[in-house]
Design a protein around this ligand. Structure first.
Ligand code: 3HC
Length: 692
């Protein structure tokens, strides 16, 4: 066996040069891999004894893409383009044998081979769009030639991988094999013995010709993804590359791809999205954990409460194959809750994402009881009852009396003090907050709230279970509203204040929407319901909200709130009466109204969040700034191409944010705007959050 680099070796087995890549954890295309591949293929081509070349990876996966850590670093090793050309132009068959995930530059490398085989669990994708990029090693030109234009557009603009069956059907792979190396070798020998012509994807134009028959293909595709990709630059660049594939030569297509790739790579969006990629992975890591800490195995989960939240939480575990028992004191809410879960699954089945059998399997893992003590042997209990401290404490005291030792006792509270909840038990070290976001079966974020006494074992096991059920978890300490809602409250305060001084709710909402959030604060209030925490009996019209609720404008559910909602389309439109009410309040408060620029609205809405984020860091509520960004991107739809509020502050310049906070403080005469001590300190040191 010849070692080509420290990441790649080669062995000749019966006339086949077997090139093995070994670059854990995901066999990224680091310099050593690229150089090794180039050397291996070049040597194998020159060796007369070699009849075919087989490329495979050791470890858990085929090449999962370019090495993202190398982006922005000075170039080293053989460029990927040269590797790909060398493979494609090899005069002997080159075959990739694929397992795990062939992603990004990995799939592009595989597409430069003449043949591809894979085990049936393998996945294939071009996820560059998730990093604000496009496939930059020929993927935009080769994939449409293999799977067809529309399918390729879908794969590249969503970044989502496809399975081996799809790959076989579309020609992305030639064969499914049982054993990676044995199967790959057998296939290579077959190709040689049959004298099969080498397939160069670059020369296959049939699927492009087919696509040319539909002149509306690109327009329709653009429309179909417009809502999902609003604000993102990479999807449009990908579409343009594919348009090139239909209208230009392969080499010119590659040229266009390279130019657009470089443009995206040097832009702010990709920088934010690459930062975010690592932020999400970092968020799962708890600092200073003992290495030998053992984990609690969660094989059975109990959920208290069959409402929207309880049912949604249950679905996460059922989807991951973990049995769940839901409890309520009476049967009626259980039946209702079960009905909702089933309906949700059936809707997913109609959308084609799961089969009828999957629905039955998942429902089969769900049991119910009206006797809470039946949950005694669960490994984890999640309480999802009404958000009230006394009720929660009662539930935890009861759990403490019968739950088996070693079970995680979790609360789904979104605001309340986990320490106080834990104090109702004699085992506070087993108590933790698991704040799922609504709808709990859809939203990816899980805020894991560590109480003062929560043990490291419970915390780390909760992070592991979060990963197992497909959530992105971030740890928060105890404070009112934890990371996300605490920061949201600050945006709320200023948004409410602004409308008495100048802009109307729809002006604020428009600016926030254009910034990239799914909706602004007033539309969000309408969605949540204006009457949360409002009491009809005691309401005295003291706030705009009181007045609206008194008029039965309680938000989307009553067809009107800050906005009017079309009963059919649910489209919102501003209501003159709301404007009148706001103007009356302004006058009563003695406010002089003035014009606000969109920039000022944006700053007044987002800078208080950044300031609060800094306080959250100061108090040790969050381990790191990037965890806060993970919360905001996944829990509230902060546009990932702006990285999250803390990354956004750094991208503006923390000194500029700090100066603006001081200007607002002076203008308003309000200490609300006083920059957090941490911001002052970082600015004085010439640093940003990224340097913490
Ligand atoms: N480069 C560098 N490091 C990478 C990496 C990559 N492409 N992909 C993953 N890693 C690192 C992660 O940061 C993590 O490091 P850590 O342990 O220090 O935190 C480790 O590998 C394991 O990653 P995950 O925790 O994500 O492991 P999973 O098993 O959950 O997922 C995966 C594996 C599906 C491969 C996932 O890591 C992934 O999606 N990776 C990114 C794939 C990607 O985006 N590829 C395209 C890159 S861009 C490109 O190829 C450009 C080309 O067109 C020219």
């Amino acid at each position: 066996m010849a070692k080509l680099t420290d990441m790649v070796d080669m062995e000749i087995q019966g006339g086949v040069a077997v090139i093995a890549i070994d670059n854990p954890p995901v066999n990224a295309l680091s310099a050593g891999v690229r150089t090794g591949l180039y050397e291996g293929v070049t040597q194998a081509v020159a060796d007369d004894a070699v009849k075919a070349i087989l490329i495979y990876c050791k470890g858990r996966t085929y090449i999962a893409g370019a090495d993202i850590k190398e982006f922005g670093q000075p170039p080293s090793g053989t460029p990927l383009g040269d590797v790909i050309k060398t493979i494609e132009n090899a005069p002997k068959p080159v075959i990739s044998a694929i397992h795990g995930t062939a992603l990004g530059g990995g799939l592009e490398t595989a597409l430069s081979c003449h043949f591809r085989v894979a085990v049936d669990s393998a996945k294939f994708g071009l996820p560059e769009v998730k990093l604000g990029l496009l496939p930059g090693a020929g993927g935009t030109q080769r994939l449409p030639r293999v799977v067809g234009v529309e399918k390729a557009l879908k794969m590249m603009t969503s970044g989502d991988p496809v399975g081996a069956d799809f790959a076989l059907e579309t020609g992305l792979i030639d064969e499914i094999v049982d054993d990676l190396v044995e199967g790959g070798l057998a296939f290579a020998n077959k190709v040689v013995s049959e004298g099969r012509p080498l397939v160069k994807v670059r020369d296959s134009n049939e699927k492009l010709e087919e696509a040319k028959k539909d002149p509306e293909l690109f327009n329709n595709f653009r429309k179909s993804i417009a809502r999902k990709t609003r604000g993102f630059k990479a999807p449009e660049a990908i579409i343009q590359c594919v348009e090139d594939a239909l209208t230009k030569s392969f080499d010119d297509g590659i040229k266009g791809e390279r130019e657009r790739f470089m443009g995206l790579m040097s832009g702010e969006q990709s920088a934010a999205q690459r930062y975010y990629f690592f932020a999400e992975r970092q968020a799962n890591k708890i600092p200073n954990l003992p290495k030998d800490l053992d984990q609690i195995t969660v094989n059975k989960v109990g959920i208290i409460g069959a409402g929207t939240m309880g049912g949604g939480i249950a679905m996460n575990f059922l989807n991951a194959g973990i049995p769940v028992t839901i409890t309520e004191p009476t049967q009626e809410p259980i039946d209702r809750g079960l009905g909702v879960v089933r309906k949700n699954y059936e809707r997913t089945q109609k959308g084609g994402r799961i089969t009828a059998q999957d629905v039955e399997d998942r429902m089969g893992r769900l049991s119910t009881t009206t006797n809470i003590e039946d949950l005694a042997d669960c490994d984890m209990i999640i309480e999802a009852v009404y958000e009230n401290m006394e009720i929660k404490k009662k539930v935890f005291a009861q759990l403490d009396s019968f739950m088996k030792e070693g079970a995680i006792l979790a609360s789904n509270t979104s605001y309340l003090d986990i320490n106080e909840i834990a104090s109702a038990t004699k085992r506070p070290e087993w108590v933790i907050g698991l704040h799922f976001f609504s709808p709990a079966n859809v939203m990816r974020l899980l805020e894991v709230v560590r109480g003062d006494k929560t043990s490291e074992k419970v915390l780390s096991s909760s992070m592991a279970i979060a990963k197992r059920i497909g959530k992105v978890a971030a740890v928060s300490g105890v404070c009112h509203g934890f990371i996300g809602n605490r920061m949201l409250a600050q945006r709320g305060v200023q948004s409410q204040k602004m409308v008495f001084e100048g802009p109307m709710p729809w002006d604020v909402d428009r600016v926030i929407f254009d910034f990239g959030m799914p909706m602004g604060p007033f539309a969000m209030s309408d969605l949540a319901g204006l009457d949360i925490g409002w009491d009809k009996e005691s309401s005295k019209g003291e706030t705009v909200r009181d007045v609206l609720c008194e008029m039965d404008r309680r938000g989307q559910k009553t067809g009107a709130g800050y906005y009017n909602y079309d009963p059919k389309t649910r489209q919102k439109s501003p209501e003159p009466k709301v404007e009148e009410i706001i103007l009356e309040f302004s006058e009563k408060m003695g406010k002089t109204r003035r014009d606000f620029s969109d920039q000022e609205i944006l700053e007044r809405a987002t800078y208080p969040m950044i300031n609060e984020g800094a306080k959250i860091l100061e108090e040790g509520i969050s381990y790191r700034p990037s965890d806060i960004d993970v919360v905001w991107v996944n829990g509230y739809g902060w546009p990932v191409y702006r990285g999250g509020p803390m990354h956004y502050a750094d991208s503006i310049g923390l000194d500029k944010v700090c100066a603006r906070l001081k200007e607002f403080q002076e203008q308003d005469g309000d200490d609300f705007w006083k920059p957090a001590a941490l911001i002052e300190k970082l600015v004085a040191e010439g640093k940003g959050f990224k340097d913490m």
